[in-house]
Design a binder for this molecule. Structure first.
Ligand code: ATP
Ligand code: MG
Length: 174
């Protein structure tokens, strides 16, 4: 549903200014509570707080899909690391795990709907989570990527403008 809306450019986008650190920490905390028996989920952020314009519903969906994958595709007892840091005009988020990793020649396709890598074995999934995350991040004017192969597990990176276009045009018109 949200994918077909996104394809038609209709994905609702309602950015609001808020503390991205607290927002991300709350999401990570809910995964820590639900998965404390199987995974350690670390939250790292050097800033006490930082403010950005973001759509809570869309960003929650994107980040939850990445953390959900990091847990699903890594063994019990593994550590998932969520990092948030601030660049000049962008927020950067990385989600890393110690799991099965991604075959390098398949990385380019994983953001396509229904695409699953050949090493997933019997781990369940529909192949939609990353496609939805990509649409949600791009709706913010941001980008999601997979840095070149890491030695162990997988790392996904998100970058988001701290100010949404809508806020930028509002401040320009004042
Ligand atoms: P679902 O729609 O339930 O999320 P899914 O997890 O298979 O299903 P995506 O989240 O879109 O779908 O991920 C697409 C594919 O990318 C996965 O099937 C898997 O092959 C690969 N993948 C995604 N995240 C990871 C990860 N952290 N480690 C290893 N492979 C991953
Ligand atoms: Mg998934």
């Amino acid at each position: 549903m949200s994918l077909s809306k996104a394809d038609r450019g209709e994905l609702e986008f309602n950015p609001e200014r808020g503390d991205l650190r607290t927002f991300c920490h709350n999401i990570v905390e809910s995964f820590q509570i639900n998965h404390f028996h199987s995974h350690k989920i670390d939250f790292e952020c050097p800033s006490a707080e930082f403010f950005a314009d973001f759509d809570r519903r869309l960003l929650r969906r994107a980040l939850s899909n990445l953390i959900d994958n990091a847990i699903k595709y890594s063994p019990r007892g593994g550590t998932v690391t969520f990092c948030l840091w601030q660049g000049d005009d962008r927020a950067h988020i990385s989600v890393s795990d110690e799991g099965i990793g991604i075959p390098p020649d398949e990385a380019a396709f994983l953001f396509d709907a229904f695409h699953r890598a050949s090493n997933v074995g019997s781990l369940p999934g529909t192949g939609l989570g990353l496609a939805i995350a990509k649409q949600a991040v791009e709706r913010h004017g941001g980008a999601i990527s997979l840095p070149p192969r890491s030695d162990i597990g997988a790392t996904f990176l998100i970058e988001l403008p701290l100010k949404s276009d809508r806020e930028q045009s509002r401040s320009l018109s004042i």
